[in-house]
Design a protein around this ligand. Structure first.
Ligand code: ATP
Ligand code: MG
Length: 414
């Protein structure tokens, strides 16, 4: 679990702002859920035979003896909240959320025990149009973040009955290759055989690539659904690769599933993953409601952006106010308020905590400010302020208050 220190938080804020902007532009609205839920919610939604529920959840009994869990993902909470507040009654919803998620995984680059996601969920729309919209949104998010070179992988998991027929055939195939299966896969062979397909064990890769594929078991409607998504992406110029082994870690998906991958983060290459989960709302006790969503990992996005240095995120202040002496400190704080009144949004850092001229200029330099404003005893006497450029060779000037504000308005006016 990591702290996001001030030198990184600007990038996080920039990223979150950009993504929120894109989502708002498609009519999605933010929902904020609690970080804790009843443990039962995740058991019922994610499924008992999953890594998350089997071994990754932070669960504890509270003082009433209720078992609570720090959320490992957002979809279950979002569905719970939407059901609880009647958001799914005869209406569609386009929702997004962001925040920390918790999984007791083995920590490594791109894999943490507290990590952050931005998630999107759309409810009440059964057709492939909304699946395609979600994928188009993700493509636009990469554009807004200046991230290039990702691969989009796509697959369909069909409906539950289609999957059942396929599952039987897959189990037969895997049983025939029992000697190649690792321990995890043997355990899953009868509880959750589809999950074996997305195993990261390289020794099983060839065998899994040759396994029967679910797409051959699709009914007409599921096939048409998938074709619509593929065609729309083609026409919108979003390229993708169909990966029959893409099954997603969670049990509740149906039909469309997708992932965006990068080769720049080693083994933790999935930046964003999602898909349709038409059965989940009913499984959690609601009225059957079609649903589709995705989630992206903020730490991994931040890592990709930093690695490609595509984000020139401004972390510098505009102005740093140097004030030496008690009178200058008082006058300075008032002057700073007047500058803020005249120039809303300007980033002005007042030197607080004293210090001599030299120490204060050092801090001014570290703040990244373009100008220092300097107040000392002689400026107070003359009613002036010294404006000193910190990032150019321009001469400093001594100005009266009004002239200073006029000058700053010309430079920083927005
Ligand atoms: P992975 O295959 O990498 O374990 P996942 O299938 O478990 O991912 P999801 O539950 O679909 O991931 O979560 C969506 C996204 O959240 C992932 O694509 C990834 O970017 C991010 N993510 C998931 N787990 C972690 C983690 N432990 N640390 C950091 N980011 C994570
Ligand atoms: Mg995982």
């Amino acid at each position: 679990m990591h702290d996001v220190l001030p030198d990184k938080s600007a990038l996080w804020q920039w990223l979150e702002g950009r993504v929120a902007g894109v989502l708002g532009g498609y009519g999605y609205r933010e929902i904020r859920m609690p970080i804790l839920e009843m443990t039962e919610l995740f058991k019922r939604s994610i499924g008992e035979v999953t890594d998350i529920v089997e071994k990754e959840m932070y669960s504890f009994d509270d003082r009433n003896g209720d078992s609570l869990t720090l959320r490992p993902e957002g979809t279950a909470s979002c569905v719970r909240a939407a059901m609880e507040h009647g958001l799914l009654h005869n209406q569609t919803q386009r929702l997004w959320y962001q925040g920390p998620m918790f999984r007791h995984e083995r920590p490594q680059k791109g894999r943490y025990r507290q990590f952050h996601q931005i998630g999107v969920e759309a409810f009440g729309m059964p057709g492939p149009d909304i699946d395609a919209e979600l994928i188009l949104i993700t493509a636009r998010i990469w554009q807004a973040l200046g991230i290039q070179g990702l691969e989009l992988q796509l697959n369909t998991l069909g409906t539950a009955p289609e999957r059942a027929a396929y599952r039987a055939q897959l189990v037969t195939y895997l049983e025939a290759h029992h000697d190649l299966l690792d321990e995890d896969s043997r355990r899953r062979l009868h509880s959750n055989p589809l999950r074996i397909l997305d195993s990261k064990n390289a020794a099983m890769r060839d065998m899994l690539d040759a396994a029967p594929v679910l797409r051959d078991h699709l009914g007409k409607e599921s096939a048409a659904h998938f074709d619509f998504v593929c065609q729309t992406l083609n026409e919108a110029g979003v390229s993708f690769r169909i990966n029959p082994c893409l099954v997603r870690g969670l049990d509740y998906y149906s039909r469309t599933v997708f992932e965006w991958l990068t080769d720049r983060l080693g083994a933790q290459g999935t930046l964003c993953a999602g898909g349709r989960y038409d059965g989940l709302v009913e499984q959690l006790g609601g009225r059957a409601t079609p649903a589709v969503g995705f989630a992206m990992g903020i730490e991994r996005l931040v890592a990709v952006i930093e690695e490609s240095q595509s984000a020139a995120v401004a972390v510098a202040a505009d102005l740093y106010l140097v004030s030496v002496g008690e009178a200058a400190q008082r006058v300075g704080l008032v002057l700073a308020e007047q500058i803020r009144d005249a120039l809303p949004g300007i980033e002005l850092v007042s030197n607080c905590g004293g210090g001599g001229m030299k120490a204060q200029f050092k801090r001014a330099d570290r703040s990244g400010a373009r100008f220092a404003l300097v107040l000392g005893d002689s400026e107070i006497e003359q009613g002036t302020i010294v404006l000193k450029p910190l990032r150019s060779q321009d001469e400093q000037q001594s100005l009266k208050r009004d002239a200073l504000i006029n000058y700053l308005t010309r430079v920083f006016g927005r």
